[in-house]
Design a protein around this ligand. Structure first.
Ligand SMILES: C[S@@+](CC[C@H](N)C(=O)[O-])C[C@H]1O[C@@H](n2cnc3c(N)ncnc32)[C@H](O)[C@@H]1O
Length: 207
């Protein structure tokens, strides 16, 4: 088990509270807007965590497959969404356990900076879309806060928007746009006085 897997298993029960301190509901509203949601469609939430994106999708009448590598996060969603129809699957964004060409929407919120190979993950997630389906990824701008790697097990220190745009195009997506969400991700270091405030972008493209 990697340090990152161990971290997310450990914080799963507190993730809703921690997440609310890092970034707000405005992030998922921008993601849903970029997707142009229509009720009854199939959405995949990759790296779903405790279900921040999934929750709003269910409220909007989507059918949802929520994927995460962390058994504790999956258990947290099982508990939170008990009684609702939700397909929970263990797996990674780079090799998602979902049928290719099957989804209307694929979301990944604050996951890209945790994956080993971001362009490969984007290509794999794009592969899940039906023709006309939309991939929507929300993540961090490039930053220099090293403590996020140490304390939150981030693998990548954010991304340049033009690079994300290129990865979307290389994945075969069209109508690609990478926009500012207009809200930052904020985190204070638990050792020292450093405080990160990092811009968040939303990238969307159509298959
Ligand atoms: C920062 S949390 C975000 C969770 C959720 N998307 C949210 O917005 O609250 C990152 C999540 O990505 C998951 N994760 C880590 N590595 C992953 C990978 N390679 N593929 C998919 N998910 C991954 C973690 O288990 C964790 O649940």
């Amino acid at each position: 088990m990697t340090d990152s897997q161990e971290y997310f298993d450990r914080v799963a029960g507190q993730w809703d509270r921690l997440r609310a301190g890092f970034f707000s509901e405005a992030v998922r509203e921008e993601a849903y807007r970029a997707a142009g949601l229509e009720a009854g469609r199939l959405a995949v939430d990759a790296g779903a965590g405790s279900g921040f994106i999934t929750e709003g999708l269910l409220q909007r009448g989507m059918r949802v497959i929520a994927v995460d590598p962390s058994p504790a996060m999956l258990e947290e969603m099982r508990r939170k969404f008990a009684g609702q129809t939700l397909d929970l699957r263990q797996g990674e964004a780079g090799n998602p356990p979902v049928e290719p060409d099957s989804a209307d929407y694929v979301f990944a919120n604050m996951v890209l900076h945790h994956v080993e190979d971001p362009p490969a993950a984007i290509a794999a997630l794009a592969g899940l879309l039906k023709p006309g389906g939309r991939l929507v990824i929300t993540d961090l701008d490039k930053h220099s806060f090293w403590f996020l790697r140490v304390e939150h097990h981030d693998r990548w220190m954010g991304f340049k928007r033009e690079v994300v745009r290129r990865w979307f195009l290389e994945a075969g997506l069209q109508e690609v746009a990478v926009k500012n969400v207009g809200h930052n991700c904020c985190a204070a270091s638990s050792c020292g006085s450093e405080c990160a405030s990092v811009g968040i972008w939303v990238a969307a493209g159509e298959k």
